[in-house]
Design a protein around this ligand. Structure first.
Ligand SMILES: [Zn+2]
Length: 257
């Protein structure tokens, strides 16, 4: 399927979160406040340069440029009112993490990030990354990829304000990259266990967002989940400084979006 045709068709579609309103609101791939914090404001004379799989060095002259937003959309009500607290929680956490020097392997207690309502706000961070992940899945599906991941579960989690049982986060150090990786997925056998993930990179910090199919993988304490018995109250700083690592560390995933 031609990617541009699929994206244009998806632009007319309904919002994947509420399924009630027309999708007419673009969500930023990287949060606007995060871009502003680490890059400042681009101008006509001093643009940023955006790279993706298709083209390199595309000039970006505004933080509201279309290229910074996801092509598959959600509705304004979901993007603003419904998920506003989720956005705010991540904005706060992003700010707190970028202010401190993160030591790889160390554990950070969530109440060091959020002084009060820590449980609620960490859940909101989880829900913020569900919104981005769901948009990427919707985009991949619109582009003809048959991913064995149910988008409805993402919608239900956001609509009900409850966690998605199979989506986990890792917070860690990054190597100066700013942006969003492609969505990768790994499948052991047809019909067998599915693992998918992508990386939200923000200069000195990064968040790995992982879909880990329930019951198919061993529990890992280093993955953070709002309902994890062992790791809901703290998270371990992961190492996402990939440019310093041997590339052979990364098993060849399938890139889908
Ligand atoms: Zn909606």
């Amino acid at each position: 399927m031609d990617a541009n045709v699929a994206v244009a068709a998806a632009g007319e579609a309904m919002c994947w979160i509420c399924k009630e309103n027309k999708a007419d609101s673009g969500e930023h791939k990287t949060k606007r406040s995060d871009l502003l914090a680490v890059l400042g404001t681009p101008t006509q004379d001093a643009p940023f340069y955006f790279n993706d799989l298709n083209r390199r060095n595309q000039p970006v002259k505004s933080l509201d440029a279309k290229i910074l937003k996801m092509p598959v959309r959600i509705c304004a009500s979901c993007n603003n009112a419904r998920t506003q607290l989720h956005d705010r929680a991540w904005e706060h956490m992003s700010d707190r993490l970028r202010c401190r020097r993160l030591a790889v392997g160390r554990w950070v207690r969530c109440n060091r990030v959020f002084g009060s309502s820590v449980k609620r706000q960490m859940l909101d961070v989880h829900l913020y990354f569900l919104k981005l992940f769901g948009c990427m899945l919707a985009e991949a599906k619109a582009n003809g990829y048959d991913l064995p991941i149910d988008l409805d579960a993402f919608s239900q989690a956001i609509m009900s304000g409850r966690p998605h049982a199979e989506v986990h986060l890792q917070f860690g150090r990054c190597d100066g990259t700013v942006g969003r990786s492609n969505l990768h997925y790994w499948k052991t056998d047809p019909g067998e266990s599915v693992l998918a993930g992508w990386l939200y990179e923000l200069d000195t910090i990064a968040v790995s967002v992982l879909y880990v199919q329930a019951g198919k993988f061993e529990h890992r304490r280093d993955l953070w989940h709002p309902h994890s018995r062992t790791s809901s109250k703290r998270f371990q700083i992961a190492d996402f400084r990939y440019s310093k690592r041997d590339k052979s560390d990364v098993a060849g995933p399938n890139t889908v979006a």
